[in-house]
Design a protein around this ligand. Structure first.
Ligand code: ADP
Ligand code: MG
Length: 696
């Protein structure tokens, strides 16, 4: 009889029971299917292990041997618990050490056979492993057969279960239930792309017979993950563009008036992008567009265009930014731009959580009654109380700071409004198509003319004074500077300089002749605004801050960006910070003070020093962090890609996308019985934004 694996609770797998059930739940495993899909985080090839005498220093290796000696002690120096072990035989041995794991004292016994995995180094002329992964090999027949002499899966663990145990449990689950696993991929697809069936793949993902079969299995599961991901994205898109939205009327006369607002010409790229958007605006089908362009390329002006087009047609516009500072800046600039223009009567309001309750209620009421034309704000815009009379466009600035859900919440404030999301993090086209496959994409690929150059220099901590000197010289000659720290005050982390502490120091010492300001995310509502205002006016010459000014802030007279502990910041974040300077005609300096302690930290700084091209930086960042971290896993359903890797498997991704397009064209609501399994799986994995589409 066919069994439904989702109905078999994990506790009924042999060896689990009610107590261990809880432990599995911590790993997200509730039933037999979850268990089969609990993929190893890596494999170890234990078919033939390196003898100790051949171990390569500097490499990650799997080593096996007997425990010769072990002991735990408290270091008098660091007060840490130190646990040491010697593994090997009379001829050669390796020394292992773990810190702060007192429970190991009771865990191992002399004479036990262990397998260790770690990076081999030399310490005091001896081979050493620091905090290696460990596993005791018992005489139990079942254990041995799964843990030695084969390619062995290493699973994510949680307190209360060991590799041995989880391996055994999964093996039992495979033995008993894998034949009931439902294959989501239709037979024709598997045949066309020469993909294994699910049962074979699951076996080879957990317990690969050899590398070749393992690769085939990974390919198949990657295809499946991409395919489902794409189907969900495409369904979302279909759902949007099939709706009836606003058909805005965008006349030449209006466009001319818009161009007249600025005392500079738009760049070619800006014009091209506006042309693309004009088409969307005038069509009845809702716009759903991503605008990407490097920091400082002039995206805000495009957003203004969209807002004005809406108001011109008698509707309302919403413009959401991730920080209060940025929202205020947008509103100030906007008001200034339309001053003394044919658009001067337009009513712009700003809504942020930091304003007082009465004021907020007043604005919300006006918005509802249609007495506000353009509402600019932060997350405050998507709170429930906010209702528009007639919202026809929704714009999201720095969209990587928001998620799919928040995007959806804003557009839900209107009846299928035109949506524009903007980002300064351009990503490779194919990836973009994939992850933002529900959006059309426009790109601003040039900078406005007349910008000064940006020079980037790295300093060691000891040499920070040289960096301060550069700040001093620039400020002396009339320019302004930012100095950024990773933390607000010392209480957060003792070994880092903080914004507050350095602000005090600079005021008393290095920069005592200048006017300084302090800015961070925990300041009182009007304080931060006041500081930013003073900096814009030039009253403050040096702004000491945290990353609150990371996005959007635009002060062309600021030409120095000094970042201390630069290796503590993400690459895109550093690029954004650097984007705060080089906005005027003067040349600018980006000064990084850092001594990176990790390879990643070093890679980030190298990238930043070698280019100012946002596209290259984004690509590098993607490489360093991987797509999950880069895009924010939960924001894009990326955590459903457990094995698939969009970057490394672009060809598979493209095939899967093509098939997904086919499928959603033929059966846009997945109503055919042949597609039931696909539909059920997608509903389960991507429930947030698909339930109402597929049930409709
Ligand atoms: P970002 O794309 O990072 O949001 P902004 O929209 O803040 O960039 O623009 C950065 C600066 O460039 C602003 O001061 C803006 O007025 C200016 N700017 C935008 N477009 C042009 C242009 N075509 N020519 C000259 N300056 C421009
Ligand atoms: Mg911007």
């Amino acid at each position: 009889m066919m069994k439904n694996l989702r109905e078999i609770s994990v506790q009924y797998i042999k060896g689990v029971g009610p107590a261990r059930k809880k432990t599995f739940e911590r790993l997200g495993v509730f039933n037999a299917e979850d268990l089969l899909y609990l993929f190893p985080r890596r494999h170890e090839d234990r078919r033939s292990m390196t003898p100790l005498s051949d171990v390569k220093v500097g490499e990650w290796q799997t080593i096996s041997g007997k425990i010769l000696k072990h002991s735990g002690r408290k270091s008098w120096h660091t007060k840490k618990h130190v646990y040491e072990m010697q593994v090997g035989n009379e001829k050669s041995r390796i020394f292992c050490v773990w810190f702060n794991r007192p429970y190991l004292d009771r865990y191992f016994e002399v004479g036990q056979q262990v397998v260790l995995y770690g990076k081999v180094n030399i310490y005091k002329d001896r081979l050493q492993l620091v905090s290696p992964d460990y596993e005791v090999i018992t005489d139990d027949e079942e254990d041995r057969s799964l843990s030695v002499g084969r390619i062995v899966p290493i699973y994510p663990l949680t307190r209360g279960i060991s590799q041995r145990y989880i391996r055994k449990t999964i093996k039992r689950c495979l033995d008993k239930y894998v034949t009931f696993a439902k294959d989501v991929l239709p037979y024709e697809l598997r045949r066309k792309y020469k993909l294994d069936n699910l049962i074979k793949s699951l076996w080879n993902i957990h317990f690969p017979e050899n590398e070749k079969k393992q690769a085939v299995a990974y390919k198949r599961v990657s295809f499946e993950e991409f395919f489902l991901f794409q189907v969900s994205v495409l369904l979302r898109r279909l759902n949007i563009i099939q709706k009836k939205g606003f058909a805005h009327c965008v006349t030449d006369d209006f466009y001319k008036k818009f161009l007249n607002l600025f005392d500079f010409d738009l760049t070619k790229a800006q014009k091209k992008v506006i042309d693309e958007i004009k088409c969307d605006l005038s069509s009845k089908s809702p716009m759903h567009r991503l605008l990407q362009g490097d920091v400082g390329s002039g995206k805000t002006l495009v957003a203004f265009f969209v807002c004005l087009a809406s108001v011109k047609n008698g509707h309302q516009a919403a413009f959401m930014a991730p920080t209060e500072i940025l929202a205020r800046q947008h509103s100030e600039v906007f008001k200034k731009v339309i001053e003394k223009s044919p658009f001067s009567k337009i009513r712009i309001e700003i809504l942020i959580n930091e304003i007082d309750k009465k004021e907020k209620e007043k604005i919300i009421k006006k918005v509802k009654q249609g007495e506000v034309d353009i509402l600019i704000g932060t997350h405050a815009l998507i709170q429930q109380a906010v209702e528009f009379k007639n919202l026809s466009v929704a714009i999201i600035d720095e969209q990587h700071k928001f998620g799919v859900r928040q995007r959806a919440l804003l557009s839900a404030k209107g009846k299928s409004p035109d949506v524009l999301v903007m980002t300064a993090t351009p990503i490779p086209r194919t990836l973009c198509l994939t992850l933002y496959g529900d959006l059309d994409v426009s790109t601003i690929n040039e900078m406005p003319p007349g910008r000064g150059k940006i020079e980037t220099t790295l300093f060691s901590h000891d040499d920070a004074a040289s960096a301060y000197k550069v700040v001093e010289e620039s400020v002396q000659s009339g320019q302004q500077a930012y100095i950024v720290y990773p933390i607000i005050d010392e209480s957060e982390k003792l070994d880092l300089k903080s914004a507050e502490q350095m602000f005090k120091q600079f005021k008393a010492k290095e920069f005592k002749k200048f006017r300084l300001g302090l800015l961070h995310g925990q300041m009182k509502k009007h304080q931060a605004q006041d500081i930013m205002h003073k900096f814009k006016q030039g009253e403050i010459q040096i702004l000491v801050a945290t990353t609150v000014l990371e996005v959007g802030v635009d002060v062309p007279n600021a030409t120095v960006m000094l970042v201390e502990h630069a290796d503590r910041f993400g690459l895109s974040q550093l690029h954004q910070l650097r984007g705060r300077i080089g906005r005027g005609e003067l040349n600018s300096e980006c000064l990084l003070v850092a001594e990176p302690t990790t390879q990643e930290g070093q890679a980030r700084l190298d990238a930043l020093l070698s280019t100012t091209d946002g596209f290259k930086i984004a690509q590098e960042d993607l490489l360093i962090r991987g797509p999950g971290e880069f895009f924010g896993r939960h924001q894009h359903g990326l955590n459903e890609l457990k094995i698939a890797n969009p970057q490394a498997q672009l060809d598979i991704l493209e095939q899967a996308r093509a098939e997904a397009i086919d499928l959603t064209k033929q059966d846009p609501r997945l109503k055919k019985s042949a597609n039931t399994v696909i539909k059920d799986t997608i509903l389960r994995r991507y429930p947030n934004y698909l339930a109402n589409i597929l049930s409709g």
